[in-house]
Design a protein around this ligand. Structure first.
Ligand SMILES: *[C@@H]1O[C@H](CO)[C@@H](O)[C@H](O)[C@H]1NC(C)=O
Ligand SMILES: *[C@@H]1O[C@H](CO)[C@@H](O)[C@H](O)[C@H]1NC(C)=O
Ligand SMILES: *[C@@H]1O[C@H](CO)[C@@H](O)[C@H](O)[C@H]1NC(C)=O
Ligand SMILES: *[C@@H]1O[C@H](CO)[C@@H](O)[C@H](O)[C@H]1NC(C)=O
Ligand SMILES: *[C@@H]1O[C@H](CO)[C@@H](O)[C@H](O)[C@H]1NC(C)=O
Ligand SMILES: *[C@@H]1O[C@H](CO)[C@@H](O)[C@H](O)[C@H]1NC(C)=O
Length: 665
């Protein structure tokens, strides 16, 4: 009798404990509701020591980011897009008290996002992409035959969702209202008239205002929509920020839609408001579902959640490369934690030393497959490697290089494949080339036209002084003069203080200091490029959705055509949405400091092509801005063929540089 009572008491107290511990309640579950996820994430009070430490780290790292003072008020044309005093934000955040640690992080995170700079961002593996919220209805922006544009549920939505979320599809099927229940597939392609009762572009623009990463507003708008890209193992599908959110903050969305072929007599019973809308329209309430992140560490309760996901691990911070114990500890490190937010495939540590320029984003690189029916069926050349795929279009004269990143697992093989593939395209008779892109590094190095400089704050000055005095005999550090070349491309000697004579500037009222102009270190390339270009520049088109930039060739100087696909017709598109020279992150800089949260910074500032005295602000708008349609959206081969037909047609002249040309099919 007593025993039974005891076990009952135990059971009760256990139940109470699990209710009191919102993390225990979701532990081990792959899918939870956003509410359940955020109950756990919001359950940790601010730890003042950790908060102060984060503020300190941020405050010490920011002086290494080249653009802090420029970003207080960016020069035209981004003065309306970039006007954030991040140092002032950090000071304010330091003084603010928050109801939870997650609130604190969200404030810091969104302050950095407002810089609209994919190279200066802060992430916390405790919260970002811990639970990613999904909808089964990614959106696209499509043009009709009369040229009018509207938002649609992607035609491939059901195909993508049922393949990627087989264990959640039923939940979504059941949650659809009225006679839509179980008919999720019929929503694919539907026109979206309203999102949460308002014009869809209100939601698009609200997202563009906070999402960050790119200066260009048009580029940030486009992030809302789904797209494809080339990954190391295949073409991947990006859900877009409507259907994928890195924090579990939204529970559901109301969509007012018109399904394909819906007739005006269609009656749909919905739980509310159905009389407000014509009967052909439906209000469809779709809940987000949050999936445990692929890089998140398992936990069983609040305590283990924090212990496994929220503390420093090897690689979060830098280390002393001359301390044997630290070196040994890092010797087996294959991939540092920052790799998770880098928008490039995983690369080895040796290639990490290359001057790579990579955008950081809390959304991990998509590993969702592009559905089979969208994959290109065009000839693939065997020279293709990883993120670089060579196709020959059925017209036999248009070659395509689909380039998903400027980094691949084996850099040497990657560079070789780029050259071999282009030569093979030529050999097979291709006379014109579409490059579908991209991120940037040495293969497309800043020096393809851009000089750079680095910020020369007092700590940086001190590091170089120490190195001059012999502190880095192994020439292992980024601040070692031997790593760099002056603007005549002559390597600095070990004793040169290469940050001097320091260039002193006042930017937006703040004193700032930069190194003299630097040259480039990439060339000579390990593989000799051909003596002359393989393709006539006039016959090359670079296609992007604005997220990516290619410096491989100097587009506007040589007649190469630039094309942005997608985007709102009333918003100027940019084919490079973010400025950067060479970027790095906190652990790298911390290593520099020691040898004497992940924060990404731009370490070298790229000078402009058009005004080489000023930092690079923006490239001219693209020559072509092509809209997507129902029949080509997210289908790479169709997009290439359409692009070729528009931009290589002999009677088409590229538009004046101040306004992009728009062609409708
Ligand atoms: C984490 O939990 C999931 C589901 O319970 C399990 O499949 C996986 O193997 C676990 N991972 C580790 C590293 O323990
Ligand atoms: C950042 O560091 C500077 C220089 O040490 C100091 O003056 C400032 O108060 C610090 N700001 C914050 C927010 O800690
Ligand atoms: C819409 O109607 C057309 C013409 O009847 C048909 O060919 C098409 O398959 C229909 N589409 C859908 C998604 O039902
Ligand atoms: C890259 O590939 C080349 C040629 O196959 C090979 O010799 C080299 O060891 C590889 N490098 C790495 C880092 O795997
Ligand atoms: C670069 O260094 C070389 C060798 O010291 C020197 O001759 C040259 O003038 C330097 N270039 C600049 C721009 O300082
Ligand atoms: C820039 O300022 C620093 C520190 O005040 C000074 O040492 C240096 O000479 C200045 N540079 C120039 C080119 O005047």
């Amino acid at each position: 009798m007593r025993l039974a009572t005891l076990s009952l008491v135990l059971l009760v107290s256990r139940a109470v404990a699990s209710v009191a511990d919102p993390c225990a309640a979701i532990a081990g579950k792959k899918w939870v509701s956003p509410l359940e996820a955020r109950s756990c994430l919001f359950s940790f009070p601010v730890d003042e020591d950790i908060k102060n430490n984060i503020i300190q780290v941020v405050n010490k790292s920011l002086p290494f980011h080249t653009s802090v003072n420029y970003q207080i008020l960016a020069p035209h044309p981004f003065d309306k897009e970039v006007h954030e005093d991040i140092a002032a934000d950090v000071a304010q955040i330091k003084e603010t008290s928050y109801p939870s640690d997650f609130h604190f992080h969200l404030d810091l995170y969104s302050s950095f996002r407002r810089l609209n700079d994919g190279h200066c961002t802060i992430f916390n593996f405790c919260y970002d992409s811990l639970y990613i919220s999904y909808l089964p209805t990614p959106l696209v922006l499509l043009a009709a035959s009369d040229g009018s544009q509207s938002v649609h549920i992607a035609p491939e939505a059901f195909s993508v969702a049922s393949a990627e979320f087989p264990d959640q599809i039923e939940f979504w099927q059941d949650s659809l209202p009225g006679n839509l229940k179980g008919k999720l597939a019929s929503l694919s392609g539907a026109k979206v008239l309203k999102i949460n009762g308002k014009d869809p572009f209100i939601a698009v623009d609200e997202n563009a205002k906070v999402t960050g990463g790119y200066q260009a507003f048009g580029t940030r708008q486009n992030l809302f929509f789904s797209s494809y890209s080339r990954g190391p193992n295949g073409y991947t599908y990006n859900m877009g920020q409507f259907a994928l959110q890195i924090h579990p903050l939204t529970d559901l969305v109301d969509l007012t839609i018109q399904r394909i072929n819906s007739s005006s007599t269609e009656q749909v019973s919905v739980s509310h408001c159905d009389t407000l809308f014509p009967s052909a329209l439906m209000i469809d309430q779709i809940p987000y579902r949050s999936r445990f992140g692929s890089a998140a560490k398992n936990f069983t309760d609040r305590e283990s959640y924090r212990a496994n996901n929220c503390v420093n691990v090897r690689g979060t911070n830098g280390y002393n490369v001359y301390d044997l114990a630290s070196v040994l500890e890092h010797a087996h490190e294959t991939v540092p934690p920052v790799a998770y937010v880098e928008q490039q495939p995983t690369i080895n540590n040796q290639d990490r030393r290359r001057p790579i320029n990579v955008v950081l984003d809390a959304t991990p690189l998509s590993d969702i497959d592009l559905p089979k029916e969208l994959l290109p069926t065009t000839v693939v050349l065997p020279e293709s490697y990883s993120v670089a795929q060579f196709h020959l279009l059925p017209d036999d004269i248009t070659g395509v290089l689909a380039l998903g990143s400027f980094s691949a697992a084996n850099f040497t093989v990657f560079m070789g494949s780029l050259l071999d593939g282009l030569q093979e395209l030529k050999h097979r008779g291709a006379s014109r080339l579409i490059v579908d892109v991209v991120r940037y590094i040495c293969i497309a190095h800043p020096q393809a036209g851009l000089d750079t400089c680095t910020r020369a704050g007092s700590l940086a000055q001190l590091i170089v002084e120490k190195i001059n005095q012999g502190a880095d005999p192994g020439e292992l550090l980024s601040y070692n003069p031997s790593q760099w070349k002056n603007s005549s491309h002559v390597p600095y000697s070990l004793e040169t203080h290469w940050l001097r004579p320091t260039v002193n500037l006042t930017i937006n009222g703040h004193k700032d200091a930069f190194s003299p102009r630097l040259g480039q270190e990439c060339q000579p390339f390990e593989i000799a490029p051909p003596d002359h270009g393989l393709f006539d520049p006039q016959k090359i088109a670079i296609v992007s959705n604005g997220h990516r930039r290619l410096n491989l060739i100097e587009p506007e100087n040589q007649g190469v055509k630039t094309v942005v696909i997608g985007g709102h017709q009333d918003v100027p598109q940019q084919y490079c949405g973010v400025v950067g020279g060479q970027s790095t992150h906190f652990a790298e800089i911390d290593t520099e400091i020691k040898t004497n949260s992940v924060l990404g910074i731009t370490w070298r500032l790229g000078f402009g092509l058009n005004d080489p005295k000023e930092p690079e602000v923006a490239r001219p708008p693209p020559d072509f801005s092509l809209p997507l349609t129902m029949s080509i959206v997210n289908k790479p081969a169709e997009i290439w063929a359409y692009t070729a037909s528009m931009v290589f047609s002999t009677d088409v002249v590229a538009g004046p540089t101040d306004s992009a040309q728009v062609y409708f099919p």
